[in-house]
Design a protein around this ligand. Structure first.
Ligand SMILES: C[S@@+](CC[C@H](N)C(=O)[O-])C[C@H]1O[C@@H](n2cnc3c(N)ncnc32)[C@H](O)[C@@H]1O
Length: 322
């Protein structure tokens, strides 16, 4: 089996896609102990609470996977090029020198491709004999019931892989993703969500499918704080309701909070459950996440959709086994 070292491994959603393609993780470094516990429970007991800035010089691997934090690059963040978190992406360089991989895959938001960090990584890796390329892929094109556009930045010493071709002209919908799950959270298999109360519940009740905060302003101004009036200057894709017949918007770490995005269930007056969020990320139903609800949502929202990671992995595998 082709081996991987996983840096910034999270709960291992990217690793799971590679595992399904036939790769084997030999070491995963992750700062959050709950994500480490989820990784070890669901994939293989190789994840450690580990600061990626420290290299384990004893390890060699054919592939390195890295999913450095994206907040500093994301349009949702401040996009501060001096954000300390951005510098973390450079920690792949000492790992490359030490573990001597044939291929490295770095996943991030599309803005990463234009950053000085990817440019520095490419330049330094070229001196070590690596070619580079990047792909911008939308998960919805690959059977994931979610519109999520991400960059895959690749370094290789064994030739460049072929970019995966979209597999789904007709996207998988939220309705298909939630099929078989009860509309009411059951508490079974992490099908859990907070039940809104008071004014939050009153707002949610009147939001139609595909609707959002603007509908509350239009239909029930008395339920809106004065700050919502300045809507032009604010994010509007909040208090948003999903549509059963489309893929969801990007599921982020905060999907248990309706004020943070389009996370309301298409028909029920609540945000989607942890299990529904996991389904939208293509996580197998057998997976059990460790931690409280907020931590589970973070592990899910941080991850690479598993089917998307798998198509990337299939393309990388063909470099090793043509
Ligand atoms: C975007 S997530 C990675 C998700 C992962 N690729 C997946 O598919 O599940 C980034 C992760 O980096 C971790 N992290 C941040 N700084 C770190 C550090 N210095 N060392 C190790 N992990 C770190 C965060 O806790 C977070 O889980």
């Amino acid at each position: 089996m082709i081996t991987t070292i996983d840096l910034f491994a999270g709960a291992g959603l990217m690793t799971e896609g590679f595992r399904q393609s036939g790769f084997r993780s030999i070491f995963a470094a992750e700062a959050d102990h709950r994500a480490v516990a989820s990784f070890n429970k669901n994939i293989e007991n190789v994840a450690r609470v580990w600061d990626v800035r420290k290299v384990d010089a004893s390890l060699q691997s054919q592939v390195i996977l890295a999913g450095p934090p994206c907040q500093g690059f994301s349009t949702l963040g401040k996009r501060d090029s001096n954000d300390e978190r951005n510098k973390l992406s450079l920690t792949v360089l000492p790992w490359i020198k030490s573990a001597n991989p044939s291929v490295v895959v770095i996943e991030n938001v599309p803005q990463f491709v234009e950053s000085i960090y990817w440019k520095r990584i490419k330049r330094a890796a070229k001196r070590e004999g690596y070619e580079s390329c990047h792909w911008i892929l939308n998960a919805a094109d690959f059977g994931v019931p979610q519109r999520r556009i991400r960059a895959f930045c690749i370094l290789s010493r064994i030739g460049l892989p072929t970019q995966p071709e979209p597999t789904h002209e007709i996207p998988v919908t939220v309705r298909q993703a939630f099929s078989g799950l009860s509309c009411n959270p059951t508490d079974l298999n992490q099908h859990i969500a907070p039940m809104p109360k008071g004014v939050a519940y009153e707002r949610i009740k009147i939001i139609p499918p595909n609707g959002d905060k603007r509908d509350v302003l239009r239909l029930a101004a008395h339920l809106c704080p004065p700050s919502w009036e300045k809507i032009g200057a604010q994010a509007v894709d909040v208090w948003g309701r999903m549509n059963f017949d489309e893929p969801s918007n990007t599921v982020r770490c905060s999907f248990q909070n309706p004020s943070k995005g389009r996370y309301l269930h298409p028909a029920e007056n609540r945000v989607i459950t942890i299990r529904e969020g996991a389904r939208l990320q293509g996580v197998p139903d057998e997976w059990v996440f460790v931690g409280d609800r907020t931590s589970m949502a973070r592990q899910i929202g941080n991850g690479v959709p598993v089917p998307l990671a798998k198509v990337v992995a299939n393309s990388i595998r063909r470099l090793f086994i043509p």
